[in-house]
Design a protein around this ligand. Structure first.
Ligand code: ZN
Length: 260
């Protein structure tokens, strides 16, 4: 990144712009609406949002989080997704440099953000994201070589089958469906992207986070207590981010501490 001093700024601004598009995906995809047409409208009054009211983060602040036409409050999710995308893109680019792997991980991060916010609201993980994502993971392994293609294929299988088994055990324990098909496909996607060792790490990490935060959620949230529904997608996404930034370091640490 030293040779290209403006790159982090360009990546950050691209992240803000793509985050703005991810907001459209998060709102429209689960509602079965087109991602392209019409251009952005207010979810409350349906009036078109002009370009000067659609500038990531800034418009939210200038409009004091209200629609210019109907005055309805704008969700915090909009600037949050934009900033989160920009920050994660910049972190990926500064970790992996100007490379194909970096570009692949940036796309993965974008998918994970969309999946997280859709799953939190609707308890679904759309196939429109996971299936192309898994294929993209395999293609990336072929062209970038960050992991061997065989490792990506095994990762896809290990990711999918492991979560399928966790789901079967969970169904027996809780006497209801505990893991959705979307979770299984997401886990397979992560295996294709990160390889079989890292996807096992992601599953351990996600299960741990899910158990801790899930228990806390049952104590705090009425909705969770009554429905016992906790989306697993956000935990898989969180585990994947830990793997992207610290995975190799943690696996080396484990091997050096326990297996020597
Ligand atoms: Zn409005």
């Amino acid at each position: 990144m030293q040779s290209l001093p403006f790159l982090p700024i360009i990546v950050f601004l691209s992240g803000l712009a793509l985050g703005s598009f991810l907001n459209v995906v998060i709102y429209r995809l689960p509602r079965g609406k087109s991602l392209i047409r019409p251009s952005s409208t207010c979810p409350s009054c349906g009036k078109p949002i002009r370009f000067y009211d659609n500038i990531p983060v800034i418009s939210f602040l200038v409009l004091r989080r209200r629609c210019r036409h109907c005055g309805e409050k704008i969700s915090w999710r909009y600037p949050l997704v934009e900033l989160l995308t920009a920050i994660l893109f910049t972190l990926v680019a500064s970790t992996y440099g100007f490379s194909l792997q970096s570009f692949g991980y940036i796309l993965l991060t974008a998918m994970l953000i969309a999946i997280t916010f859709i799953d939190l609201e609707h308890f679904i993980i759309p196939d429109y994201v996971t299936i192309p994502g898994a294929i993209l993971g395999l293609i990336l392994a072929v062209f970038s070589g960050h992991i061997a293609i065989l490792n990506a294929v095994i990762g896809l299988l290990v990711g999918g089958v492991s979560l399928l088994l966790i789901g079967v055990i969970g169904d027996k324990l809780f006497k209801k469906e505990s893991m959705g098909g979307g979770d299984i496909k997401l886990s397979a996607l992560l295996g294709a992207y990160l390889g079989w060792q890292q996807v096992i790490f992601v599953l351990v990490c996600a299960s741990f986070l899910g158990a801790v935060i899930g228990l806390a959620g049952i104590l705090i949230s009425k909705r969770i207590k009554e429905t016992r529904l906790i989306p697993f997608g956000p935990f898989l996404a969180l585990g994947a981010l830990v793997s992207i930034f610290f995975g190799q370091y943690l696996i080396d640490l484990y091997v050096n501490t326990f297996l020597r």
